[in-house]
Design a protein. Structure first.
Length: 115
């Protein structure tokens, strides 16, 4: 009987430990969004894998993200606003598709294309 109690206690501790482990990983995942993955998923059809617009993007009027002058005059807020709101008939808004954290995570990706 005593042994059985010990086993129950041991199983209980393992369960608690496992939940803490899973909870821990899901929390760290939420604050560690892969911006490049989101970019490749949602943006590359128009803006290209390297920030150079595809034929589709260019046809719609997208610029090169490598353009240092554009990078310098464009604020992070402007990039966030563009992703959230889009431009009618040119780029769709993403505020319904992406969380504010995901939109924020895309800013360094766009910045990273600067030459
Ligand atoms: C359907 C094609 C398309 C997709 C998909 C798309 N864009 Fe755009 N994007 C455009 C076009 C076209 C413009 C130019 C719009 C303009 O000049 O107002 C643009 C402009 C921008 C700009 C520049 C805004 C400025 O102030 O000059 C940024 C930054 C941007 N897009 C980021 C993104 C990100 C990040 C994604 C993915 C979440 C994305 N875009 C998805 C077509 C697209």
């Amino acid at each position: 009987m005593k042994n059985k109690n010990t086993l129950t206690l041991a199983l209980f501790s393992v369960t608690i430990g496992a939940s803490a482990f899973f909870f821990g990983t899901s929390v760290s995942k939420a604050s560690n969004i892969d911006g490049m993955k989101l970019y490749l998923q949602h943006c590359k059809t128009c803006h290209g894998v390297d920030g150079n617009p595809t034929d589709l993007g260019e046809g719609l009027g997208a610029r090169k993200f490598a353009d240092a002058e554009w990078q310098a005059k464009t604020s992070d807020e402007r990039i966030i606003e563009q992703i959230n709101e889009g431009t009618p008939e040119m780029m769709m808004p993403f505020k319904e598709k992406l969380t504010p954290e995901e939109v924020k995570a895309l800013v360094p990706v766009v910045r990273g294309f600067k030459k």
